[in-house]
Design a protein around this ligand. Structure first.
Ligand code: SAM
Length: 307
């Protein structure tokens, strides 16, 4: 079935109902790129792999269900239409508790999303995480990003980790999670008033999905953090969401107001500003990722010293 036909079918399908269509069983061939024409049982058909069907499910705001095998040559692809009203983004409570313990956000486990954790771990390795003694996380929420450091760093016990968030229920959950780790502290505090905490300078500053919040001024804040909280030899990891959370699925592509489709202009603007600014300050910068874009900056002076 063509994409147009699937789209038309979805238009007359209710939320949470399933749309099905027949496709070539991708397993009957290997090393074949999508779109090649093959003959199956004297029928000319277009070959497509599961990656293509999964991508299509995502762009059509569907969840791909387990396909059913029709016979050795064909499968039934099954898409469930997502409930877009059950989106985290549409359930806004008060500002500080939007990401709190009882929010839809608290049900999201980013560390279990391959497209997040792979690139986050890569960024941690890129900054040589075990060499970073003082680590600050802005917008730490319930501390998931520290769990990944704990799992990866061979020097965890000697590191000092500090997490800031203005959401008190998330900070309480983080404190509970790390109650046995005396090297970690959490503060319920507004990032706009970071100076008040007098935390000193850090070897690594991490901020994921936070600095672009509407209550923060991205450029000003980044410059302030780099000038006042980051050691000259330090490193920074910034994570920019390039996805939405809808009805249990992480859907690729950033959304901004006034566009009914994914639009990444704002994302690229902030990434490029950060890249140029960090390079000006003599940091080596890499940009990686997929559903989250990671900007990693390491001081060129330390890189030189290390060699
Ligand atoms: C999208 S969440 C990201 C949380 C976590 N880093 C993650 O990626 O799962 C943004 C976090 O920043 C916090 N936040 C937003 N503005 C803040 C501010 N001005 N001061 C402190 N925390 C803030 C929110 O409470 C929330 O926990």
């Amino acid at each position: 079935m063509t994409i147009k036909k699937i789209k038309n079918k979805l238009k007359i399908t209710n939320t949470k109902e399933t749309v099905t269509f027949k496709a070539v069983n991708p397993d009957i061939r290997s090393s074949l790129y999508n779109g090649n024409s093959i003959t199956v049982n004297n029928e000319d058909v277009i070959y497509r792999g599961y990656k293509s069907w999964l991508d299509l499910a995502q762009v059509l705001n569907c969840r791909m269900l387990t396909p059913e095998k029709i016979d050795d040559n064909f499968v039934l692809i099954r898409y469930e239409k997502l409930n877009e009203d059950s989106s985290f983004h549409k359930n806004i409570v008060d500002k500080e508790e939007k990401y709190g313990e009882n929010s839809i956000f608290s049900k999201i486990h980013k560390n279990e999303e391959t497209a997040f954790i792979h690139y986050y771990m890569q960024a941690l390795e890129n900054v040589k995480i075990e060499t970073r003694i003082r680590i600050l996380n802005l917008g730490v929420n319930s501390g998931d990003e520290f769990e990944a450091i704990q799992a990866l760093s061979k020097n965890f016990e000697n590191q000092e980790l500090i997490g800031i968030d203005y959401c008190s229920s998330a900070i309480n959950a983080a404190k509970e999670k790390f109650k046995r780790s005396s090297n970690i502290s959490f503060y319920t505090h507004d990032i706009n008033k970071l100076d008040e905490l007098e935390l000193g300078k850090f070897d690594l500053i991490i901020s994921i999905g936070t600095l672009q919040s509407s209550n923060l001024e991205f450029n000003k804040l980044l410059m302030n953090i780099v000038q006042n909280q980051l050691k000259r030899s330090g490193a920074i990891i910034l994570g920019f969401p390039n996805c939405r959370w809808i009805d249990g699925e992480m859907i690729y592509g950033a959304r901004v107001k006034n566009y009914p489709f994914s639009e990444m202009g704002l994302l690229y603007k902030d990434v490029i500003f950060s890249k140029k600014y960090m390079q000006q300050k003599k940091f080596r910068v890499t940009v990686t990722g997929k559903d989250y874009i990671f900007l990693t900056a390491t001081s060129i002076s330390t890189t030189k010293q290390n060699h």
